[in-house]
Write a protein that binds this ligand. Sequence first.
Ligand SMILES: Cc1cc2nc3c(=O)[nH]c(=O)nc-3n(C[C@H](O)[C@H](O)[C@H](O)COP(=O)(O)OP(=O)(O)OC[C@H]3O[C@@H](n4cnc5c(N)ncnc54)[C@H](O)[C@@H]3O)c2cc1C
Length: 425
Amino acid sequence: MEKKNYKIYIVGAGISGLIAAQILENFGYHPIILEKSESAGGRVKTKVVDGHRLDIGFQVLLEAYPKAKEYLDLEKLNLQAYKPGASIYLDCKWQNIGDPLRSFDLLIPTLFNTGGSIADKWKVFQLSNHLKSKSIESIFQEEELTTYDYLIKYGFSEKIIQCFFQPFFSGIFLEDKLETSSRMFQFIYKMFSEGKTSVPKDGIGAIPLQLKENLKHTQFKFNTSVKSVEDQKIILENGETIESHFTIIATEASDLVSNLKNQATDWRSCDTLYFLTEENFLSTDLIGLLPHQDALINNFVFVKDAKAKELGKHLLSVTVVKKHKLSSENLVKRIQKELKNYLSIQKANFLKHYYIPRSLPKLTHTAYEIMDTETQLTPSIYLAGDQLLNGSLNAAMMSGERAALGVIKSLEDGLVVNELTSEYR
Ligand SMILES: Cc1cc2nc3c(=O)[nH]c(=O)nc-3n(C[C@H](O)[C@H](O)[C@H](O)COP(=O)(O)OP(=O)(O)OC[C@H]3O[C@@H](n4cnc5c(N)ncnc54)[C@H](O)[C@@H]3O)c2cc1C
Protein backbone atom coordinates (compact mmCIF):
# COMPACT_ATOMS: atom_id res chain seq x y z
CA MET A 1 0.00 0.00 0.00
CA GLU A 2 1.27 3.49 -0.73
CA LYS A 3 2.19 5.41 2.41
CA LYS A 4 -0.33 8.14 1.73
CA ASN A 5 -3.16 5.64 1.61
CA TYR A 6 -2.77 4.48 5.19
CA LYS A 7 -5.59 5.78 7.35
CA ILE A 8 -3.74 7.33 10.27
CA TYR A 9 -5.98 9.41 12.50
CA ILE A 10 -4.89 11.80 15.22
CA VAL A 11 -7.43 12.78 17.87
CA GLY A 12 -6.73 16.37 18.91
CA ALA A 13 -5.14 19.35 17.16
CA GLY A 14 -3.21 20.57 20.20
CA ILE A 15 0.58 20.94 20.09
CA SER A 16 1.16 17.18 20.51
CA GLY A 17 -1.27 16.31 17.68
CA LEU A 18 0.25 18.90 15.34
CA ILE A 19 3.79 17.62 15.94
CA ALA A 20 2.63 14.02 15.44
CA ALA A 21 1.15 15.08 12.08
CA GLN A 22 4.40 16.82 11.10
CA ILE A 23 6.50 13.71 11.81
CA LEU A 24 4.08 11.50 9.87
CA GLU A 25 4.22 13.92 6.92
CA ASN A 26 8.02 13.95 7.08
CA PHE A 27 7.92 10.19 6.52
CA GLY A 28 5.46 10.43 3.62
CA TYR A 29 2.18 9.70 5.41
CA HIS A 30 -0.97 11.81 5.08
CA PRO A 31 -2.66 11.86 8.50
CA ILE A 32 -6.14 13.09 9.37
CA ILE A 33 -6.73 15.14 12.52
CA LEU A 34 -10.10 14.96 14.28
CA GLU A 35 -10.57 17.99 16.52
CA LYS A 36 -13.63 18.72 18.60
CA SER A 37 -13.21 22.49 18.64
CA GLU A 38 -13.33 24.85 15.67
CA SER A 39 -9.55 25.45 15.44
CA ALA A 40 -6.09 24.07 16.13
CA GLY A 41 -4.01 24.84 19.24
CA GLY A 42 -5.76 23.06 22.11
CA ARG A 43 -4.64 24.82 25.28
CA VAL A 44 -2.55 27.28 23.26
CA LYS A 45 -4.99 29.75 21.79
CA THR A 46 -5.38 33.48 21.24
CA LYS A 47 -8.79 35.05 20.61
CA VAL A 48 -9.64 38.50 19.38
CA VAL A 49 -12.18 40.16 21.69
CA ASP A 50 -13.40 43.69 20.86
CA GLY A 51 -10.24 44.12 18.77
CA HIS A 52 -7.91 43.03 21.60
CA ARG A 53 -5.74 39.96 21.20
CA LEU A 54 -6.22 37.80 24.30
CA ASP A 55 -4.32 34.61 25.12
CA ILE A 56 -6.61 32.04 26.72
CA GLY A 57 -4.54 31.73 29.86
CA PHE A 58 -1.22 33.48 30.38
CA GLN A 59 1.57 31.29 29.13
CA VAL A 60 5.09 31.74 27.88
CA LEU A 61 7.49 29.98 25.58
CA LEU A 62 10.84 29.13 27.13
CA GLU A 63 13.12 29.55 24.14
CA ALA A 64 15.61 27.05 25.55
CA TYR A 65 13.11 24.17 25.23
CA PRO A 66 14.97 21.64 23.06
CA LYS A 67 11.83 20.67 21.15
CA ALA A 68 10.85 24.31 20.53
CA LYS A 69 14.24 24.85 18.88
CA GLU A 70 13.67 21.75 16.79
CA TYR A 71 10.09 22.32 15.64
CA LEU A 72 9.51 26.08 15.70
CA ASP A 73 10.89 28.83 13.54
CA LEU A 74 11.50 31.12 16.53
CA GLU A 75 12.52 34.06 14.37
CA LYS A 76 9.28 34.00 12.42
CA LEU A 77 7.29 34.02 15.66
CA ASN A 78 8.56 37.53 16.31
CA LEU A 79 9.08 36.77 19.98
CA GLN A 80 8.78 39.47 22.64
CA ALA A 81 10.97 38.58 25.60
CA TYR A 82 10.25 39.23 29.26
CA LYS A 83 13.06 40.46 31.49
CA PRO A 84 14.62 37.60 33.49
CA GLY A 85 13.03 38.63 36.76
CA ALA A 86 9.83 39.91 38.30
CA SER A 87 8.33 42.80 40.20
CA ILE A 88 7.14 41.56 43.59
CA TYR A 89 4.94 43.14 46.26
CA LEU A 90 6.98 42.87 49.44
CA ASP A 91 6.80 44.80 52.69
CA CYS A 92 4.00 46.92 51.23
CA LYS A 93 6.00 48.05 48.24
CA TRP A 94 6.88 46.81 44.76
CA GLN A 95 10.43 45.58 44.33
CA ASN A 96 12.25 44.10 41.37
CA ILE A 97 14.25 40.90 41.52
CA GLY A 98 16.06 39.22 38.69
CA ASP A 99 19.13 37.72 37.15
CA PRO A 100 21.54 40.64 36.85
CA LEU A 101 23.92 38.55 34.76
CA ARG A 102 21.35 38.73 31.99
CA SER A 103 19.64 42.04 32.68
CA PHE A 104 22.05 44.47 34.30
CA ASP A 105 19.44 47.01 35.34
CA LEU A 106 18.06 44.41 37.75
CA LEU A 107 21.35 44.22 39.68
CA ILE A 108 20.81 47.04 42.17
CA PRO A 109 17.17 46.25 42.95
CA THR A 110 18.03 42.55 43.31
CA LEU A 111 20.76 43.24 45.84
CA PHE A 112 18.55 45.55 47.87
CA ASN A 113 15.36 43.59 47.54
CA THR A 114 14.11 42.56 50.98
CA GLY A 115 12.70 39.21 49.85
CA GLY A 116 15.74 37.20 50.90
CA SER A 117 19.19 37.43 52.47
CA ILE A 118 22.40 37.99 50.49
CA ALA A 119 23.08 34.26 51.05
CA ASP A 120 19.74 33.43 49.41
CA LYS A 121 20.53 35.63 46.45
CA TRP A 122 23.91 34.02 46.08
CA LYS A 123 22.21 30.61 46.09
CA VAL A 124 19.86 31.78 43.32
CA PHE A 125 22.92 32.30 41.08
CA GLN A 126 24.56 29.10 42.30
CA LEU A 127 21.45 27.10 41.52
CA SER A 128 21.27 28.61 38.08
CA ASN A 129 24.92 27.64 37.39
CA HIS A 130 24.44 24.20 38.91
CA LEU A 131 21.45 23.48 36.70
CA LYS A 132 23.11 24.86 33.59
CA SER A 133 25.84 22.26 33.99
CA LYS A 134 23.39 19.42 34.61
CA SER A 135 21.81 17.55 31.70
CA ILE A 136 18.04 17.42 31.38
CA GLU A 137 18.27 13.62 31.37
CA SER A 138 20.04 13.58 34.73
CA ILE A 139 17.49 16.01 36.21
CA PHE A 140 14.72 13.60 35.29
CA GLN A 141 16.58 10.63 36.75
CA GLU A 142 16.73 12.23 40.19
CA GLU A 143 14.58 11.32 43.14
CA GLU A 144 11.32 13.28 43.02
CA LEU A 145 10.76 15.60 45.96
CA THR A 146 8.23 18.38 46.15
CA THR A 147 9.67 21.66 44.91
CA TYR A 148 9.30 23.05 48.45
CA ASP A 149 11.36 20.21 49.98
CA TYR A 150 13.97 20.59 47.25
CA LEU A 151 14.38 24.32 47.98
CA ILE A 152 14.70 23.70 51.73
CA LYS A 153 17.25 20.94 51.08
CA TYR A 154 19.19 23.31 48.80
CA GLY A 155 19.44 25.70 51.73
CA PHE A 156 17.06 28.51 50.78
CA SER A 157 15.42 30.42 53.61
CA GLU A 158 11.69 30.25 54.26
CA LYS A 159 11.60 33.97 53.48
CA ILE A 160 12.86 33.77 49.90
CA ILE A 161 10.69 30.71 49.30
CA GLN A 162 7.57 32.61 50.38
CA CYS A 163 8.55 35.90 48.77
CA PHE A 164 9.93 34.71 45.45
CA PHE A 165 9.82 30.98 44.63
CA GLN A 166 6.28 30.40 45.83
CA PRO A 167 4.60 33.23 43.86
CA PHE A 168 6.83 32.84 40.81
CA PHE A 169 6.44 29.09 40.46
CA SER A 170 2.75 29.12 41.47
CA GLY A 171 2.16 30.98 38.24
CA ILE A 172 4.02 28.28 36.32
CA PHE A 173 2.86 25.15 38.12
CA LEU A 174 -0.65 26.57 38.65
CA GLU A 175 -0.67 25.46 42.30
CA ASP A 176 0.31 27.51 45.32
CA LYS A 177 1.95 24.92 47.62
CA LEU A 178 5.10 24.13 45.58
CA GLU A 179 4.07 20.47 45.65
CA THR A 180 5.03 19.96 41.99
CA SER A 181 7.94 17.59 41.38
CA SER A 182 11.46 18.92 41.97
CA ARG A 183 12.39 17.47 38.58
CA MET A 184 9.96 19.86 36.94
CA PHE A 185 11.26 22.74 39.05
CA GLN A 186 14.86 22.04 38.02
CA PHE A 187 13.92 21.62 34.38
CA ILE A 188 11.98 24.89 34.23
CA TYR A 189 14.64 26.78 36.23
CA LYS A 190 17.30 25.47 33.83
CA MET A 191 15.25 26.57 30.84
CA PHE A 192 14.76 30.03 32.40
CA SER A 193 18.52 30.27 33.00
CA GLU A 194 19.48 29.20 29.50
CA GLY A 195 17.15 31.14 27.28
CA LYS A 196 14.65 33.91 26.98
CA THR A 197 11.07 33.76 28.22
CA SER A 198 8.86 35.03 25.45
CA VAL A 199 5.47 35.35 23.85
CA PRO A 200 4.99 35.77 20.09
CA LYS A 201 4.00 39.29 19.02
CA ASP A 202 0.66 37.97 17.77
CA GLY A 203 -0.05 36.05 20.96
CA ILE A 204 0.68 32.51 22.09
CA GLY A 205 -1.73 31.17 19.44
CA ALA A 206 0.88 32.02 16.80
CA ILE A 207 2.72 28.84 17.85
CA PRO A 208 0.09 26.30 16.74
CA LEU A 209 -0.70 28.52 13.76
CA GLN A 210 2.88 28.17 12.57
CA LEU A 211 2.83 24.40 13.17
CA LYS A 212 -0.43 24.09 11.25
CA GLU A 213 0.85 26.16 8.35
CA ASN A 214 3.82 23.80 8.00
CA LEU A 215 1.47 20.86 7.42
CA LYS A 216 0.93 20.28 3.72
CA HIS A 217 -0.57 16.76 3.60
CA THR A 218 -2.67 16.66 6.75
CA GLN A 219 -6.43 16.82 6.60
CA PHE A 220 -8.21 18.63 9.44
CA LYS A 221 -11.73 17.79 10.53
CA PHE A 222 -12.80 20.45 13.01
CA ASN A 223 -15.97 20.36 15.11
CA THR A 224 -15.54 16.59 15.14
CA SER A 225 -15.76 15.11 18.60
CA VAL A 226 -14.54 11.56 19.16
CA LYS A 227 -16.60 9.47 21.57
CA SER A 228 -14.42 6.38 21.80
CA VAL A 229 -11.48 4.66 20.21
CA GLU A 230 -11.06 0.92 19.70
CA ASP A 231 -8.56 -1.09 17.68
CA GLN A 232 -8.84 0.17 14.09
CA LYS A 233 -12.12 1.93 14.87
CA ILE A 234 -13.10 5.45 15.94
CA ILE A 235 -16.62 6.29 17.04
CA LEU A 236 -17.67 9.91 16.78
CA GLU A 237 -20.11 11.69 19.09
CA ASN A 238 -22.50 12.01 16.14
CA GLY A 239 -22.67 8.22 15.92
CA GLU A 240 -20.50 7.89 12.83
CA THR A 241 -17.86 5.13 12.82
CA ILE A 242 -14.52 5.56 11.08
CA GLU A 243 -12.05 2.80 10.27
CA SER A 244 -8.39 3.53 10.87
CA HIS A 245 -5.15 1.61 10.45
CA PHE A 246 -3.64 3.58 13.35
CA THR A 247 -4.99 6.13 15.80
CA ILE A 248 -2.90 8.52 17.87
CA ILE A 249 -4.89 9.88 20.79
CA ALA A 250 -3.25 13.27 21.38
CA THR A 251 -5.33 14.20 24.41
CA GLU A 252 -6.47 12.62 27.68
CA ALA A 253 -7.20 9.04 26.57
CA SER A 254 -9.11 7.85 29.62
CA ASP A 255 -12.18 9.67 28.26
CA LEU A 256 -11.98 7.68 25.04
CA VAL A 257 -10.67 4.18 25.72
CA SER A 258 -12.89 1.97 27.85
CA ASN A 259 -10.15 0.13 29.77
CA LEU A 260 -8.42 3.41 30.72
CA LYS A 261 -11.50 4.84 32.41
CA ASN A 262 -10.01 4.41 35.90
CA GLN A 263 -6.72 6.06 34.92
CA ALA A 264 -8.02 9.58 34.46
CA THR A 265 -5.52 12.41 34.92
CA ASP A 266 -6.14 15.00 37.62
CA TRP A 267 -5.86 18.55 36.35
CA ARG A 268 -4.87 21.91 37.74
CA SER A 269 -7.09 24.85 36.89
CA CYS A 270 -6.68 28.61 36.76
CA ASP A 271 -8.53 31.83 35.91
CA THR A 272 -7.23 34.53 33.60
CA LEU A 273 -8.96 37.90 33.57
CA TYR A 274 -8.38 40.83 31.24
CA PHE A 275 -8.93 44.50 32.06
CA LEU A 276 -8.39 47.83 30.35
CA THR A 277 -6.70 50.33 32.63
CA GLU A 278 -5.80 54.01 32.54
CA GLU A 279 -2.54 53.44 34.42
CA ASN A 280 0.36 51.29 33.31
CA PHE A 281 1.72 49.95 36.56
CA LEU A 282 4.65 47.97 35.08
CA SER A 283 6.49 47.93 31.77
CA THR A 284 5.26 45.28 29.35
CA ASP A 285 8.47 43.24 29.68
CA LEU A 286 8.16 42.45 33.40
CA ILE A 287 5.91 40.00 35.22
CA GLY A 288 4.27 41.22 38.44
CA LEU A 289 3.81 38.87 41.42
CA LEU A 290 1.57 39.37 44.41
CA PRO A 291 2.66 37.06 47.24
CA HIS A 292 -0.01 38.07 49.71
CA GLN A 293 -1.96 35.42 51.57
CA ASP A 294 -5.21 37.38 51.32
CA ALA A 295 -4.88 38.16 47.62
CA LEU A 296 -6.32 36.01 44.84
CA ILE A 297 -4.09 37.58 42.20
CA ASN A 298 -1.00 35.49 41.65
CA ASN A 299 0.64 37.22 38.73
CA PHE A 300 -0.11 39.90 36.17
CA VAL A 301 1.34 41.42 33.04
CA PHE A 302 0.57 44.41 30.89
CA VAL A 303 0.25 43.06 27.39
CA LYS A 304 1.43 44.93 24.31
CA ASP A 305 -1.83 45.44 22.44
CA ALA A 306 -2.38 47.68 19.43
CA LYS A 307 -6.09 48.22 20.13
CA ALA A 308 -5.47 49.30 23.74
CA LYS A 309 -2.80 51.69 22.52
CA GLU A 310 -5.22 53.14 19.98
CA LEU A 311 -7.70 53.72 22.83
CA GLY A 312 -4.99 55.32 24.98
CA LYS A 313 -5.33 52.50 27.53
CA HIS A 314 -3.38 49.49 28.77
CA LEU A 315 -4.33 45.83 28.55
CA LEU A 316 -3.83 43.99 31.84
CA SER A 317 -3.84 40.20 32.17
CA VAL A 318 -4.31 38.80 35.68
CA THR A 319 -3.90 35.14 36.64
CA VAL A 320 -5.59 33.54 39.65
CA VAL A 321 -4.21 30.20 40.80
CA LYS A 322 -5.76 29.87 44.28
CA LYS A 323 -8.97 27.87 44.54
CA HIS A 324 -12.08 29.98 45.11
CA LYS A 325 -15.81 29.59 44.87
CA LEU A 326 -16.63 33.01 43.46
CA SER A 327 -18.95 33.49 40.51
CA SER A 328 -17.37 35.18 37.50
CA GLU A 329 -19.07 38.46 38.46
CA ASN A 330 -17.83 38.35 42.06
CA LEU A 331 -14.35 37.31 40.98
CA VAL A 332 -14.14 40.35 38.72
CA LYS A 333 -15.21 42.64 41.59
CA ARG A 334 -12.70 41.01 43.93
CA ILE A 335 -9.84 41.41 41.44
CA GLN A 336 -10.78 45.04 40.77
CA LYS A 337 -10.59 45.64 44.52
CA GLU A 338 -7.16 43.97 44.73
CA LEU A 339 -5.94 46.03 41.78
CA LYS A 340 -7.00 49.15 43.68
CA ASN A 341 -5.45 48.04 46.99
CA TYR A 342 -2.15 46.62 45.82
CA LEU A 343 -1.49 48.21 42.44
CA SER A 344 -3.27 51.55 43.02
CA ILE A 345 -5.19 50.98 39.80
CA GLN A 346 -8.35 52.97 40.40
CA LYS A 347 -10.21 52.02 37.24
CA ALA A 348 -9.90 48.59 35.66
CA ASN A 349 -12.58 48.01 33.05
CA PHE A 350 -13.36 44.32 32.84
CA LEU A 351 -12.94 42.80 29.39
CA LYS A 352 -12.95 39.01 29.61
CA HIS A 353 -12.69 36.09 32.05
CA TYR A 354 -11.39 32.65 31.08
CA TYR A 355 -11.68 29.77 33.52
CA ILE A 356 -9.46 26.90 32.35
CA PRO A 357 -10.38 23.74 34.25
CA ARG A 358 -7.83 21.48 32.54
CA SER A 359 -4.78 23.72 32.45
CA LEU A 360 -1.94 21.45 33.51
CA PRO A 361 -1.86 17.76 34.36
CA LYS A 362 -1.37 17.09 38.08
CA LEU A 363 1.26 14.36 37.95
CA THR A 364 2.83 12.37 40.78
CA HIS A 365 5.54 11.12 38.45
CA THR A 366 7.12 13.32 35.78
CA ALA A 367 9.39 12.33 32.92
CA TYR A 368 11.22 14.18 30.17
CA GLU A 369 10.87 11.70 27.38
CA ILE A 370 9.19 8.49 26.40
CA MET A 371 10.34 5.77 24.03
CA ASP A 372 8.25 5.52 20.88
CA THR A 373 7.33 1.92 21.73
CA GLU A 374 6.02 3.05 25.14
CA THR A 375 3.38 5.23 23.50
CA GLN A 376 1.68 2.13 22.09
CA LEU A 377 -1.50 1.15 23.93
CA THR A 378 -2.83 -1.57 21.59
CA PRO A 379 -1.61 -2.81 18.20
CA SER A 380 -3.21 0.19 16.49
CA ILE A 381 -3.66 2.84 19.23
CA TYR A 382 -0.87 5.18 20.32
CA LEU A 383 -0.93 7.91 22.96
CA ALA A 384 0.41 11.46 23.03
CA GLY A 385 -0.18 14.61 25.10
CA ASP A 386 1.69 16.44 27.87
CA GLN A 387 -0.05 14.33 30.53
CA LEU A 388 2.26 11.45 29.59
CA LEU A 389 5.38 13.37 30.64
CA ASN A 390 5.03 16.79 32.28
CA GLY A 391 2.90 19.90 31.78
CA SER A 392 4.85 21.86 29.18
CA LEU A 393 4.95 22.72 25.52
CA ASN A 394 8.20 20.79 25.31
CA ALA A 395 6.53 17.66 26.67
CA ALA A 396 3.56 18.02 24.31
CA MET A 397 5.96 18.21 21.35
CA MET A 398 8.08 15.33 22.62
CA SER A 399 5.06 13.07 23.14
CA GLY A 400 3.61 13.83 19.69
CA GLU A 401 6.95 13.10 18.07
CA ARG A 402 7.35 9.78 19.90
CA ALA A 403 3.81 8.55 19.19
CA ALA A 404 4.22 9.28 15.47
CA LEU A 405 7.59 7.50 15.44
CA GLY A 406 5.92 4.56 17.16
CA VAL A 407 3.34 4.29 14.37
CA ILE A 408 6.02 4.70 11.69
CA LYS A 409 8.20 2.04 13.27
CA SER A 410 5.29 -0.41 13.35
CA LEU A 411 4.64 0.21 9.67
CA GLU A 412 8.19 0.27 8.46
CA ASP A 413 9.36 -2.73 10.47
CA GLY A 414 7.19 -4.78 8.14
CA LEU A 415 4.12 -5.03 10.36
CA VAL A 416 1.28 -6.64 8.47
CA VAL A 417 -1.53 -4.16 8.65
CA ASN A 418 -5.01 -5.56 8.56
CA GLU A 419 -6.95 -4.57 5.49
CA LEU A 420 -9.79 -2.33 6.49
CA THR A 421 -13.18 -3.73 5.70
CA SER A 422 -15.41 -1.39 3.76
CA GLU A 423 -18.16 -1.89 6.32
CA TYR A 424 -17.79 1.57 7.84
CA ARG A 425 -16.86 3.70 4.84
C1 LIG B 1 -3.19 28.52 31.47
C2 LIG B 1 -2.08 27.67 30.95
C3 LIG B 1 -0.77 28.09 31.13
C4 LIG B 1 0.28 27.33 30.63
N1 LIG B 1 1.53 27.82 30.73
C5 LIG B 1 2.54 27.19 30.09
C6 LIG B 1 3.80 27.80 29.97
O1 LIG B 1 3.99 28.95 30.40
N2 LIG B 1 4.80 27.12 29.34
C7 LIG B 1 4.61 25.85 28.85
O2 LIG B 1 5.55 25.26 28.30
N3 LIG B 1 3.38 25.27 28.91
C8 LIG B 1 2.36 25.91 29.50
N4 LIG B 1 1.11 25.34 29.53
C9 LIG B 1 0.96 23.95 29.08
C10 LIG B 1 0.87 23.78 27.57
O3 LIG B 1 -0.08 24.67 27.03
C11 LIG B 1 0.41 22.33 27.32
O4 LIG B 1 1.40 21.47 27.86
C12 LIG B 1 0.22 21.95 25.86
O5 LIG B 1 -0.51 22.91 25.17
C13 LIG B 1 -0.50 20.62 25.80
O6 LIG B 1 -0.73 20.23 24.46
P1 LIG B 1 -1.43 18.84 24.15
O7 LIG B 1 -1.43 18.65 22.70
O8 LIG B 1 -0.78 17.80 24.99
O9 LIG B 1 -2.90 18.96 24.73
P2 LIG B 1 -4.10 19.96 24.37
O10 LIG B 1 -3.60 21.31 24.09
O11 LIG B 1 -5.06 19.82 25.52
O12 LIG B 1 -4.74 19.38 23.06
C14 LIG B 1 -5.72 18.38 23.04
C15 LIG B 1 -6.65 18.65 21.87
O13 LIG B 1 -7.54 17.54 21.76
C16 LIG B 1 -8.84 18.02 21.53
N5 LIG B 1 -9.77 16.98 22.02
C17 LIG B 1 -9.96 16.60 23.30
N6 LIG B 1 -10.88 15.63 23.36
C18 LIG B 1 -11.28 15.40 22.09
C19 LIG B 1 -12.25 14.53 21.50
N7 LIG B 1 -12.98 13.70 22.26
N8 LIG B 1 -12.42 14.56 20.17
C20 LIG B 1 -11.68 15.41 19.38
N9 LIG B 1 -10.78 16.26 19.88
C21 LIG B 1 -10.57 16.26 21.23
C22 LIG B 1 -8.91 19.30 22.33
O14 LIG B 1 -9.95 20.15 21.87
C23 LIG B 1 -7.52 19.87 22.07
O15 LIG B 1 -7.51 20.67 20.92
C24 LIG B 1 0.03 26.08 30.00
C25 LIG B 1 -1.28 25.66 29.82
C26 LIG B 1 -2.32 26.46 30.28
C27 LIG B 1 -3.73 26.03 29.99
